[in-house]
Write a new protein. Structure first.
Length: 117
């Protein structure tokens, strides 16, 4: 059982997570609910560059207004070793603050940045 399955055994809405290190975006992070683009990020504690990710949220492909490459928060990055905690925190915030029937992508665009950082 995965960490998210254990943390959210009754998750009733699909959430896609794509992780990409390819410069061609082979994993298509821009259209995932939660997308991670691999890059070096600054460790606030040591001042060193460490493996991490730029975060994209709420991407989707569809018809009409349902097309979007996701929400990117300016200067928001996640260290690689903090990615599981980040996904769990954002998923928990989604489940606690979504409206009835609201999909993750819609929620990611609607909420204040503090809930998705």
């Amino acid at each position: 059982m995965t960490r998210l399955d254990q943390a959210f055994p009754t998750l009733d809405a699909p959430i896609t997570v794509h992780v990409n290190g390819c410069p061609n975006s082979c994993a298509r992070i821009q259209v995932a609910d939660i997308g991670f683009k691999g890059q070096l990020v600054l460790d606030d504690e040591t001042g060193e560059q460490v493996p991490g990710f730029q975060v994209h949220l709420g991407g989707r492909l569809g018809r009409g207004e349902d097309n979007d490459f996701g929400r990117k928060i300016r200067a928001h990055k996640v260290k690689a070793d903090g990615m599981p905690d980040y996904v769990e925190r954002v998923t928990r915030n989604y489940l606690e603050t979504r409206t009835d029937g609201e999909q993750f992508a819609d929620w990611a665009f609607r909420v204040d940045e503090e809930l998705i950082k």
